[in-house]
Write a new protein. Sequence first.
Length: 128
Amino acid sequence: MSAYYAAMDFPEDVQGSKGEPEPTCEIAKAYEIYHVGFPERALSSCASCHGETGLGSGAGNPALVGQSAAYHAEQLRRWRNGERYGDGLNVMHDAASKLREDEISPLAAYIAYGPAPSRRPEFPEECP
């Protein structure tokens, strides 16, 4: 069964021509959220718990890669709204509550693709 799912293509809305998200400014912002966070909003990076490559770091910080962007977006919203819970220190609720709605989908797409170094083209120069 795992081979069947592993062989599936990415949904068209989150992939470029080679199965990679297009390098947009939204994805560049997601890169920043994932790897740096927003200290001015007291938002830690996703990588600080889930690892730079998204493969997790221990039982309490699971791998994120391999799930769809839609799944990640839904889970981030559920953490933010208090519909999902289970981490003793409420780290995910705290982090998700600091995300703006317009940041969730690009972040979810970035996570789903996998934050590991890749052949992804550079971000457009006009990105802030």
